[in-house]
Write a protein that binds this ligand. Structure first.
Ligand SMILES: Nc1ncnc2c1ncn2[C@@H]1O[C@H](COP(=O)(O)OP(=O)(O)O)[C@@H](O)[C@H]1O
Ligand SMILES: [Mg+2]
Length: 256
């Protein structure tokens, strides 16, 4: 399998009030095309920081991040934001959307902004509507973002993350603000995108979410303290229960 993302000796240090906080220390990580990787670990262990560093939302203090063959530290801010726009998709716990745009206009915004996109506005809108139908929110495109439920809004965020057909989606607690059934729906959508070939990295503190991922990384004290290869989840309640049990046992061994 091709490597999509690799880090070598990734370090991230924050300095607050002259005090150094070495949040990530020498992280070596390789993610192959088609993987669905969950990042777990205690609160404050650096999960979000890792996601931001590997996705070029934040600069690393030392080390390398190679995304799709490009060393991101060597890119200018402008090239890096272009790379993010064209080849990465983002989903967050807080569903950031522009309040003055409709749901559909929010979804297609990354395509409208991308220099790579040469299609007409109409064609982009049609693609946006197709994605919305696929995620079961086909009828709320013209709504304001405050006229849809949390689960619908998060599915709209998934549509937005997909609009430029990214190589990889980065999700930071994508189900953190959702109830169980919306969380399951959102995870099932991410699984289906993953089955279609999109590589996914997902920070989560929810073992039910992580149990659907193909590999789990456990972060603590600035490093990857544990790693569990689960294989792809093929669906089915029994398989899911077995995976959850296996994962919970493993998490306990990690000191979760
Ligand atoms: N922008 C920042 N400036 C300074 N310290 C930060 C910043 N972001 C995160 N941190 C610190 O880095 C550590 C890891 O934070 P974070 O990556 O958000 O953890 P997690 O997502 O695992 O809960 C925490 O100690 C946090 O206070
Ligand atoms: Mg976090």
């Amino acid at each position: 399998m091709n490597t999509v993302l690799q880090t070598k000796g990734l370090c991230k240090t924050y300095i607050v009030n002259k005090r150094q906080n070495n949040v990530l220390k020498n992280i070596d990580l390789t993610i192959s095309e088609g993987e669905m990787v969950a990042i777990m670990g205690p609160s404050g262990s650096g999960k979000s920081t890792l996601l931001y560093c590997v996705s070029g939302m934040d600069r690393v203090t030392a080390g390398e991040v190679i995304f799709n063959g490009k060393e991101t530290a060597r890119l200018s801010d402008k090239s890096l934001s272009q790379l993010r726009l064209d080849e990465m998709g983002f989903i967050f716990q807080q569903m950031y959307m522009m309040k003055n745009l409709s749901v559909l206009d929010n979804i297609i915004l990354p395509a409208v902004k991308s220099k790579r996109n040469t299609e007409s506005r109409k064609a982009t809108e049609e693609r946006g509507r197709q994605l919305m139908r696929r995620l079961g929110i086909g009828d709320v495109g013209d709504n304001d973002i405050n006229e849809v439920s949390g689960g619908q809004l998060q599915r709209a965020c998934i549509c937005r993350s997909m609009i430029n057909s990214p190589k990889m989606i980065f999700a930071d607690e994508p189900t953190g603000a959702l109830n169980r059934s919306s969380s399951d729906e959102v995870m099932n959508e991410l699984l289906s995108l993953n089955r279609d070939g999109t590589t996914i990295m997902c920070v989560t503190h929810d073992p039910k979410v992580a149990a659907k991922c193909s590999r789990i990384l456990y972060i603590m004290d600035g490093g990857i303290m544990g790693e569990k290869e689960m294989g792809h989840f093929n669906g089915g309640d029994k398989e899911l229960r077995d995976r959850e049990r296996e994962l919970n046992n493993w998490l306990m061994e990690q000191g979760w």
